[in-house]
Design a protein around this ligand. Structure first.
Ligand SMILES: [Zn+2]
Length: 290
């Protein structure tokens, strides 16, 4: 008899699927994937996939649940369980998870199930699924000594303050390198902070503003009104949004019916640059326009 994931995870994943953003339709979770991550502290985090028109900028739900745990310094991670319509993304996802386990120096389990809950892949320690893998990125020792700190939702009314808090949580990919932080305000006023999450495949890394938006969407909220960034790389002049993030924000804004204001802050001065999305990125690519 085939094994199934447990009822608790089934329920959590079914709710997470409703947070997915799929390519075909904003509200169609058929064909979507979702993940749940449990930590030793007893907390669990869920997320749905965020599919983008460009495909390259798609965020796997495993990346978002890792963000939840890592940005809160809520480790050790015990398990990640996902449902997906196919196993096509499995090798990429295994690398992301095995890399995280290697960097925090502790293995955790990974289970992948079909949408009906039937398990199609299971490992007790993601590191064993990629024998011999060592992360080229620096270890996250500093995370291991820290326990749960605070939330990735902030009551702060200042987006710069919230983005700075994101910058403090930046997950380094090497010992040097500039830290970035972001914050996004949902339509209901809730502010989510984000920090970049490095990946050994640089293409699979998440920029801070992508991370903040992924966390907002995983809460079930869709629309957002403002997004801001700050970085050590821009101490005096306003921080710029990179081209990938302009396309990503544009994709998500269109799918969620949002018209956000984008603000780049300078780290050490009062300089800032505020633009509407259409000013900053006037001709976004979309599969709908082809
Ligand atoms: Zn970017």
């Amino acid at each position: 008899m085939s094994k199934s994931i447990n009822e608790e995870n089934k329920e959590l994943l079914s709710a997470a699927l409703a947070c997915a953003i799929t390519k075909r339709s904003d509200h169609d979770s058929v064909g979507a994937s979702a993940s749940v991550l449990h930590t030793r502290s007893g907390r669990s985090y869920t997320a749905g996939v965020i599919e983008t028109d460009t495909n390259l900028l798609t965020i796997f739900p495993e990346q978002t649940v890792l963000l939840h745990a890592l940005l809160r310094r809520d480790i050790p991670i015990e398990s990640v369980t996902s449902v997906a319509p196919s196993t096509a993304t499995l090798p990429l996802v295994l690398k992301i998870l095995a890399d995280a386990a290697a960097r925090i120096d502790r293995g955790f389990s990974y289970t992948l199930a079909k949408p009906d809950g039937t398990i199609v892949f299971e490992t007790g320690d993601v590191r064993h699924s990629l024998p011999g893998y060592t992360s080229p990125l620096s270890k996250l020792e500093e995370f291991c000594s820290e326990s749960y700190k605070d939330d990735i939702i902030t009551a702060s009314n200042s987006l710069k303050e919230a983005a700075l808090s994101g910058m403090q949580r930046h997950i380094r990919t090497k010992d040097s390198g500039s830290r970035y932080g972001a914050a996004v305000r949902a339509k209901d006023g809730t502010v989510f902070i984000g920090a970049s999450l490095g990946s050994p495949d640089k293409r699979l890394g998440l920029h801070a503003e992508m991370a903040a938006l992924a966390l907002l969407l995983s809460s079930g909220r869709k629309q957002f009104t403002e997004i801001a960034i700050v970085s050590e790389k821009f101490p005096v002049t306003p921080c710029l949004f990179c081209g990938c993030c302009r396309q990503f924000i544009s994709d998500i804004a269109r799918k969620t019916g949002s018209a956000p204001k984008l603000t780049g802050y300078a780290l050490n001065t009062d300089e800032s640059m505020e633009s509407s999305l259409s000013e900053l990125y006037p001709n976004p690519w979309s599969s709908n326009t082809l």
